[in-house]
Design a protein around this ligand. Structure first.
Ligand SMILES: Cc1cc2nc3c(=O)[nH]c(=O)nc-3n(C[C@H](O)[C@H](O)[C@H](O)COP(=O)(O)OP(=O)(O)OC[C@H]3O[C@@H](n4cnc5c(N)ncnc54)[C@H](O)[C@@H]3O)c2cc1C
Length: 389
């Protein structure tokens, strides 16, 4: 249910074990909207086995060093991921659009004998019974019904499965929203020492600049009380860009996107024969790029639990999937991404001074530096998961 990164990686890992899977996707093709751009080492390790990681690397940009940068002074705090080479085959952030992964998986699944990938199928109601799940959906506009043994809800942040079951999705909305532009300008020619991923502080605001092959993603926040249309307008967007590079002001804006940031989590990822993964189960700030990655980690964990259950083990085993991934969502992913959110967006001079001191302390101490990166690379959360019974 849902052909995003969580649903398709899970489908792939299941069909490769000979388990028949039907994926229902609301859209007519794989969505190409501007979403995740960062694949972390722990995720690339999971995608290594089938050559998926290598193909993504060919389509993306490898970023071994990334930084916090003070625009005016050029002071920087550089994180160098090469120190993780002993614990991952991929000691870098891969900057690559999430649709590169979903399109790649869809190509493989469409021709797979155990998979049926069906587009323009929008689920609207589910009910879980003792031995099966009933699903009603619109198939190219026509009403349809189906039954399955297990339903995996991978239908994203606005999950209709979640709504249909009436589940509470408790949490909060972050005060500041985000706007991301995709720009054709070569910022690296204007800004000395720019790396592939940069969290940039100006005196009264913040930006992030991330490289994706031949384009850059530029992210900013609307001013206090500014409405979205104004914040997205050409005039305002270009004024923000001009603050980091006057030359970039007239560059082509390939796309622009506005999004509200939520932090939410279900109280249980398993509801009878319906199991939740990815954004349908938990949401976090995109700061640090962990949402898609943790959805893929959910999918791997669920495959590891569901495969034995389908082979005859007690379905109660799935409650361990819930305990593991819900703990990681709340105590690792949400904690780290909200810490990133605060660090990136802080504008108070005194608080920034303290954060800057912490960052400098971290990058100058090899033990703290590695420790920080084990979290940021999502290696530690994968390790922690294995310790939860
Ligand atoms: C601007 C932005 C930048 C981000 N950057 C990063 C990043 O760098 N790294 C990172 O890890 N994460 C990032 N994220 C978060 C990441 O995009 C999400 O966490 C990720 O897409 C979640 O994957 P998913 O498969 O769980 O859900 P989705 O990607 O939302 O997929 C859900 C799928 O279900 C389909 N669907 C929905 N409803 C129905 C229905 N009723 N019936 C059938 N199908 C349905 C949808 O069409 C969609 O294809 C970012 C998000 C945003 C908005």
């Amino acid at each position: 249910m849902g052909a995003g990164p969580s649903g398709l990686t899970l489908a792939w890992w299941l069909v490769e074990h000979g388990i028949p899977v039907t994926v229902l996707e609301r859209e007519a093709s794989i969505p190409r909207d501007m979403r995740a751009s960062t694949f972390h080492p722990a995720t690339l390790d999971l995608l290594a086995a089938d050559g998926l990681a290598e193909t993504l690397i060919e389509r993306g940009t490898v970023v071994s060093r990334w930084q916090y940068l003070i625009h005016e002074t050029r002071d920087c705090a550089i994180f160098d991921m090469s120190c993780l080479a002993d614990v991952t085959a991929y000691p870098f952030r891969l900057q690559c659009e999430q649709f590169q992964l979903t399109e790649l998986l869809a190509e493989k699944l469409i021709s797979h004998p155990h998979c049926e990938l069906r587009f323009s199928c929008e689920l609207h109601n589910v009910s879980s019974e003792a031995e099966k799940v009933r699903v009603s959906y619109r198939d190219n506009g026509d009403q349809a019904e189906a039954e399955c043994e297990w339903l995996i809800a991978a239908d994203g942040a606005s999950s209709q499965v979640r709504k249909s079951l009436g589940l509470e999705f408790s949490g909060q909305v972050f005060p500041k929203t985000s706007i991301t532009l995709v720009l054709e300008h070569h910022f690296e020619e204007d800004i000395p020492n720019l790396l592939g991923v940069n969290y940039v502080w100006l005196p009264d605001r913040h930006y992030s600049l991330m490289r994706l092959r031949d384009t850059w993603r530029f992210t900013y926040s609307p001013e206090q009380d500014q409405n979205v249309d104004t914040a997205l307008s050409d005039e305002v967007a270009r004024a923000h860009v001009a603050r980091v590079s006057a030359r970039a002001k007239e560059t082509t804006i390939r796309s622009r996107n506005y999004y509200t940031l939520h932090q939410r989590c279900l109280d249980n990822f398993c509801h009878g024969r319906i199991v939740f993964v990815g954004d349908a189960a938990h949401l976090n700030s995109p700061a640090g790029g962990m949402g898609m990655n943790s959805g893929i980690h959910d999918a791997r964990s669920l495959a590891d639990h569901l495969i034995p259950v389908l082979a005859g083990e007690d379905p109660a085993l799935l409650s361990r999937y819930d305990r593991r991934r819900r703990t990681v969502a709340r105590e690792e992913v949400q904690r780290l991404s909200s810490q990133n959110y605060r660090r990136h967006r802080e504008t108070d001079a005194e608080k920034r001074r303290i954060i800057w001191g912490e960052l400098q302390d971290t990058v100058s101490d090899p033990i703290k530096h590695r420790d920080y990166l084990l979290d940021a690379a999502m290696i530690r959360s994968r390790e922690r998961e294995q310790t939860i019974e």
